[in-house]
Design a protein around this ligand. Sequence first.
Ligand SMILES: *Cc1c(COP(=O)(O)O)cnc(C)c1O
Length: 208
Amino acid sequence: MAATKTHAVPVIQAAFEAGMRDFGENYVQEGVDKIVALQQLLPNHSAHWHFIGPIQSNKTRLIAEHFDWVHSVDRLKIAQRLSEQRPENQPALNICLQVNISHEPSKRGCTPSEALMLALAVSQMPHLRLRGLMAIPAPLAESASEQEQQAPFLAMHTLFNQIKSTLPNNTQAHFDTLSMGMSADYQHAIAAGSTMVRIGSALFGERT
Ligand SMILES: *Cc1c(COP(=O)(O)O)cnc(C)c1O
């Protein structure tokens, strides 16, 4: 997935024309403006839009109306609102639960044990489709070993397998996504089983 926050529509259009099909945005209004603009430039295009930023409950309607995926669901109230506000004529909204895997105080994401309860609840919501888990591990020192770098991603993979085996049968098959890895750590994430990396600066250069 191309993480396109702060990058203008022509940059996204160029990435689309180069074959990129999945785009992630962090801020609701910025994301919606780009979705609408790309729709006008390339009607019937086949891009998928992922919301990957923090979610305030007064912004859930715009997210539910415009995005295809949300990777940053970390509490029940947000999931309920997204399900209620997803328009009837659109397919179910794909959901990943964000887990605070490095146990950082005051960081986004639910705890691993909350993730299991949240997964069971979201898997039953009519307008949501539970797809997997997302994490942003704490950055480590350059001197950290390969093993230390991979540890949080391996912990996510283990949690993913635990949750998948606990889900009701009819929702297990869709639970197929481990959204983890960014420009600085995607190799470790992939080695640990990531199925979707979210890449910004390595594709587009440093953000200003
Ligand atoms: C910005 C962002 C990325 C991409 O970060 P880079 O380090 O530029 O690759 C990925 N995931 C989330 C949630 C982000 O906010």
